[in-house]
Design a protein around this ligand. Structure first.
Ligand code: ADP
Ligand code: ZN
Ligand code: MG
Length: 485
C-alpha cells in the first residue's frame, strides 16, 4: 500500500490593533492578569460590543495579501461552548459569512517547483482568555482574561498540502506575508500565531480523502512538522494493520514528541452557531476595499524580484535580506544613494547578522542605523580606514552607539596613508627580516605576504594596505635579480 498524506491548516493570527475587537481595552502583552478587561470582554450581562474599525482594516489587508476575495457582506456569529477561559460561554466568530474567501499562497516545493496552496477562508474572531496552571500538579489553576476579546484572523487552508515539509514552507510564507503587511508581528513566543493541523492518509492516486485527525495549538513551526511526521507514522501503522480511524482532536506533547488524544471531534452543529444579534453585518463597498488595497505595502514576492533587479544581487543575497521585511528595509535604507549595494548586502549577511545575534537586539533597535552603516562604507571608500579595521569600527558602533567617524577619532583608528611614515616601517621590516627578504628575492613569492603582515603588525593594522604593497615591491625590487610582481 502506497500512502499519501493530505494536510490542511487552520492558523490563528493575532491582529496588531491597539485595542480589542469589541471594546477599548488594551491589547498590550504581559500586563498584570485581569487588568485589561471591562464588562464587554468579560461578558457581563447587558454589556454591548462595538466593532473596532482597525480590526476590519487589518483583516481586509491580510485577506488581500493572501489573494482572497473580500466579501462585501460578512456576519459575526456566536460559537457557543462552555470553557473556563470563555466567560460569555460563546465566542464571537464568523461562520456562514466570513470576511475573506478563496485565496491562495504560492510556495516552492523541495525541488523548487512552484505550488499554489488554496485558502478556503480567513475570518475574524475574538480570542479567549488563558488558564494558568500551578507548577504543582495538585495546585490550583488561575484564569487571566486579558486575552479575552483580542482580535484574531483565522486562516483555513484547502487540504492542498502533501508533506510536513510543505506545510512548514507554507507557514513560513504566510508568516512572511503577514509580517510584510504589518497586520501582525506573528511572534510565536507571545502566542500571536498558533497553528492547528489536519492530516489524513489515502492511497496514492485515490481521489477520496481519508479520515482526518486534528492536532491543536502548535506553537512553533518545528512542532508542526514534528506533529505531522508523528501523525503520518501513527496513522499509516493503524491503516496498514487494517484498523478504521475515527475523527479525533489530538494534542502534541512536546516532551514525548508524540500526539495524544484530547477528544473525539466536535462538529459545527455542536456549537449552534447563530448570527450575533448585538452586531450588525459588515458591509464593504468596492471603493472601500480598493481604498484599503491602496495602503498595502509591497509583498515578499514582489520585493524579492525588485530588490534583485534593482541592486544586482544574487538569489542567495535576496533570500537572506528578504527573510524579514525589517532586514529588507534596513538594506534598502543603507544602500540608498550608495554605489556598491552588493558590498552592503554582504556586510548585512555577515557582520550585521552576527552583531544582532551577539547583542540580542532586533534590527529596529540596532545602534548602527542604516545611515550610519552607509557612512561607515563611505569612510572606508575614502581610504580613512581599511576594510579590516572597518569590522572593529563597526563592532564599536554597535556597542557604543557612536558614528563611524566618532569611533575612528576616539580610538585613533584612522588609516595610515602617509607614504613617508610607511616607508620607514617598510625599510625597518626589510632590514629586520633579511632571511625572508632573501628568500623572496630568490623567487619564493610567498615570503611577500609575510613581509606585508609584518608592516601591518607594526602599524597596528592601520597602514593602508595598497600603499604597503606598492612600497614593499618598490623597495624589494631595488635590488637586482628580483622578478616583478
Ligand atoms: P471541520 O468541519 O472538521 O472543522 P473543515 O472542513 O472545516 O473541517 O476543515 C478544517 C481543516 O481541515 C481545513 O484546513 C481542511 O483543509 C482540512 N481538511 C478537511 N478534510 C481533510 C482531510 N480529509 N484530510 C486532511 N485535512 C482535511
Ligand atoms: Zn474590554
Ligand atoms: Mg473547522
Amino acid at each position: 500500500m502506497n500512502l499519501e498524506a493530505v494536510i490542511g491548516l487552520e492558523i490563528h493570527v493575532q491582529l496588531n490593533t491597539k485595542t480589542k475587537t469589541f471594546c477599548s481595552c488594551s491589547t498590550g502583552f504581559g500586563a498584570v492578569p485581569n487588568t485589561h478587561t471591562c464588562p464587554v470582554c468579560l461578558g457581563l450581562p447587558g454589556a454591548l460590543p462595538v466593532f473596532n474599525r482597525d480590526v476590519l482594516k487589518k483583516g481586509v489587508m491580510a485577506g488581500l495579501a493572501l489573494n482572497c476575495t473580500i466579501c462585501s457582506y460578512s456576519v459575526f456569529a456566536r460559537k457557543n461552548y462552555f470553557y473556563p477561559d470563555l466567560p460569555k460561554a460563546y465566542q464571537i466568530s464568523q461562520f456562514e459569512h466570513p470576511l475573506n474567501r478563496a485565496g491562495f499562497v504560492r510556495i516552492k516545493d523541495e525541488r523548487g517547483k512552484e505550488r499554489s496552496i488554496g485558502i478556503t477562508r480567513a475570518h475574524l474572531e475574538e480570542d479567549a482568555g488563558k488558564l494558568v496552571h500551578d507548577d504543582d500538579p495538585k495546585g490550583p489553576s488561575f484564569i487571566d482574561l486579558n486575552r479575552c476579546g483580542m482580535p484574531l484572523l483565522e486562516i483555513v487552508t484547502e487540504p492542498d498540502l502533501r508533506t510536513p515539509d510543505e506545510a512548514y514552507r507554507f507557514l513560513v510564507a504566510v508568516k512572511e506575508i503577514l509580517q510584510y503587511t504589518e497586520v501582525s508581528e506573528c511572534s510565536m513566543e507571545k502566542g500571536e500565531l498558533r497553528v492547528d493541523v489536519n492530516v489524513s492518509l489515502r492511497e496514492t492516486g485515490e481521489d477520496a480523502f481519508g479520515v482526518k485527525q486534528e492536532v491543536k495549538n502548535l506553537n512553533s513551526f518545528a512542532n508542526v512538522k514534528r506533529a505531522l511526521e508523528y501523525e503520518i507514522k501513527r496513522q499509516s501503522r493503524l491503516i496498514r494493520s487494517g484498523e478504521r480511524l475515527t475523527q479525533q482532536t489530538r494534542l502534541f506533547d512536546v516532551s514525548k514528541n508524540a500526539t495524544v488524544q484530547m477528544r473525539t471531534k466536535e462538529s459545527a452543529h455542536d456549537y449552534r452557531y447563530f448570527p450575533d444579534p448585538d452586531l450588525v453585518p459588515i458591509e464593504l463597498s468596492p471603493q472601500e476595499i480598493d481604498g484599503i488595497r491602496e495602503t498595502l505595502p509591497e509583498l515578499p514576492e514582489e520585493r524579492r524580484d525588485r530588490i534583485k533587479a534593482q541592486y544586482g544581487l544574487t538569489d542567495y543575497d535576496v533570500e537572506v535580506l528578504c527573510s524579514s521585511h525589517k532586514i529588507a528595509r534596513y538594506f534598502e535604507d543603507s544602500a540608498r544613494g550608495y554605489k556598491r549595494p552588493k558590498k552592503i548586502a554582504n556586510w548585512i549577511h555577515t557582520e550585521v547578522m552576527r552583531a544582532l545575534n551577539e547583542t540580542g537586539k532586533d534590527i529596529e533597535s540596532f545602534a548602527v542605523t542604516p545611515e550610519r552603516l552607509r557612512e561607515l562604507f563611505e569612510i572606508m571608500d575614502g581610504g580613512v580606514i581599511s576594510g579590516k579595521l572597518a569590522k572593529a569600527v563597526f563592532d564599536e558602533m554597535a556597542a557604543s552607539g557612536e558614528t563611524a567617524a566618532e569611533v575612528v577619532e576616539r580610538k585613533g583608528m584612522r588609516q595610515l596613508s602617509d607614504r613617508e611614515e610607511i616607508v620607514d616601517v617598510v625599510e625597518a621590516v626589510i632590514r629586520d627580516h633579511a632571511a625572508v627578504t632573501d628568500e623572496y628575492r630568490s623567487g619564493k613569492k610567498k615570503a611577500f605576504g609575510f613581509l606585508v603582515g609584518q608592516v601591518m603588525k607594526r602599524t597596528g593594522g592601520k597602514a593602508n594596505p595598497k600603499i604597503v604593497n606598492e612600497l614593499l615591491k618598490e623597495k624589494l625590487s631595488n635590488q637586482p635579480g628580483v622578478e616583478d610582481h
